[in-house]
Design a protein. Structure first.
Length: 506
């Protein structure tokens, strides 16, 4: 049986898109589920869109997400061997099929393109950009699909071609697309797909700058790297017949194709930066956990099957349950509320050490934390804060925002201390009762459970009368965690001080 080989082949245009992470994840899950190989290839032939440093960022994002690839390019120093690539001196190449960077393989693509020219399956095109632009304008005016008119194939003689080549006239190489032919293939997600060749342009294979187009480079690489399955975004579906024609022209067997659905905004428009964050890095910077992002992204277009209510998956569970047949055809809505919920589920399960490690960098960016007293910044205190916050925390960038009273001195309004219609005297008496009860609890017994038991006992049937004024005195806020949790975090001395401060209002 043929061993499965799949690839993630991003373009270094700035950052790893959340949709790109999903493509990488689906390839990774498919490979691991089937005992195959998952490799990384950098498709950097479009030099106009290349962004300096983006290759390193792409690799770092994949490493952060835990999507370890078996072959490809690695950051220098992350592997024991390999060779430096001239276009990316910070990168090393490893593996038997590489290099895995397309800009390092230009001579190879040109060789294959010229092979197609020799076989009369491709041809040189010497049309200047001005002619092509006028052609497009006229076709648009005539309400025709913009396509090359095959002028250089039909009207340029062999002698003229040779003369142009000898005089170094700029040229491209185009694929000769047959007329009136139905090109079909079985997509592993979408089923049977058929496209008439009359709708397919004579695509450029080699550009005038000597670089290959995506179409040629990806087909050559997927063949030479023995890719068995191409799992990619739906936007590449219209290009697949072009790729099939290339495989046919070379006499190569095409891989199996699977096109995953588009990611959509809640209004069903295509997910774009205009309506929100789309880079994986943005979500890392907001304090989303990698386990939550992977879990969420996996569910953008896939579920384990009918009847399943499971929504939280470990990576091992995703590998076990993933099947391309269960990937949806329809676009997947990127629901930020769902991501928040999933991330919150992971946060709730975290131990104190993990909470502290993840939250500290975000605390250190906040004024209310940096300006707090020393005793409000130590590890033990922050772990208590996080133990209380984790039940309501969606992402780590939110730490402390709703509970600044843990770090700042509270200033509560007298009227806010009142529960329903109780009098000033009753509010005062309530606070004095709380202070007395809490004063009798020793430091060693200062636990949430003990605080709750003692205060509830003192409150009797009138819980609101006792607990509301106490909670407001401690927090100065209309909404907050329970007074037992707040008092436990603040400690005995600070709790007593804040109650005394509130009593001064009466």
């Amino acid at each position: 049986m043929e061993k499965i080989r799949v690839r993630f082949a991003p373009s270094p245009t700035g950052y790893l898109h959340i949709g790109g992470l999903r493509t990488a994840l689906y390839n990774y899950l498919f490979a691991k589920k089937n005992g195959g190989t998952f490799f990384l290839r950098i498709e950097d032939t479009d030099r106009k869109r290349y962004v300096e440093g983006s290759v390193e960022k792409l690799i770092q994002s994949l490493v952060w997400a835990g999507l370890k690839y078996d072959e490809g390019v690695y950051l220098k120093g992350s592997v024991a061997d390999g060779k430096e690539l001239k276009n990316y001196p910070a990168i090393v190449e490893v593996g038997d099929h590489g290099p895995y960077v397309q800009s390092e393989r230009l001579d190879l693509y040109k060789k294959y393109a010229e092979e197609l020219v020799a076989k009369k399956m491709a041809y040189y095109c010497f049309c200047e950009p001005e002619r092509l632009e006028k052609l497009r304008e006229q076709q648009t005016k005539d309400k025709q699909a913009p396509m090359y008119d095959k002028y250089c194939l039909l009207s340029v003689s062999e002698a003229e071609i040779n003369k142009n080549l000898k005089t170094n006239c700029p040229y491209t190489i185009r694929l000769k697309v047959p007329s009136d032919e139905v090109i079909g293939f079985d997509d592993l997600i979408r089923g049977k797909v058929s496209i008439n060749s009359n709708t397919i342009d004579d695509q450029v294979l080699i550009k005038s700058d000597g670089f290959p187009t995506y179409h040629l480079a990806s087909v050559v690489d997927d063949h030479l790297m023995e890719t068995t399955h191409v799992i990619r975004g739906e936007e590449w579906l219209p290009s697949t017949p072009k790729h099939i024609l290339l495989y046919r022209a070379f006499g190569w067997q095409a891989p199996q194709f699977a096109h995953i659905p588009l990611l959509l905004n809640p209004d069903k428009s295509k997910l774009s930066k205009r309506q929100g964050d789309v880079a994986v890095e943005d979500y890392i910077n907001k304090g989303y956990l990698k386990e939550a992002i992977i879990n969420f992204v996996a569910l953008l277009g896939w579920n384990p099957g009918e009847g399943s209510t499971q929504e939280i998956f470990s990576m091992d569970e995703l590998v076990e349950k993933f099947e391309l047949a269960k990937v949806h055809k329809a676009g997947a809505v990127f629901d930020l509320k769902k991501l928040d919920w999933i991330n919150g589920q992971y946060i709730k399960k975290m131990a104190a050490d993990g909470l502290y490690e993840n939250a500290l960098p975000f605390f250190e960016k906040k004024d209310f934390f940096t300006q707090a007293s020393v005793d409000k910044k130590n590890e033990e205190y922050l772990k208590k804060v996080l133990t209380v916050e984790k039940e309501r925390l969606a992402k780590f960038s939110d730490v402390g925002e709703e509970n600044r009273f843990f770090f700042q001195n509270t200033v509560c309004e007298k009227e806010m201390l009142r529960w329903k219609k109780i009098t000033d005297e009753e509010v005062q008496k309530s606070l004095e009762t709380s202070q007395k009860v809490l004063a009798e609890i020793a430091e060693k017994d200062w636990t949430k459970e003990n605080l709750e038991a003692k205060l509830l006992e003192a409150a009797g049937d009138k819980r609101g009368d006792l607990l509301w004024p106490l909670r407001v005195a401690l927090t100065g806020a209309q909404k907050s965690p329970s007074p037992f949790e707040v008092a436990w975090v603040l400690g005995k001395n600070e709790t007593s001080r804040r109650i005394s401060q509130a009593l001064k209002l009466f």
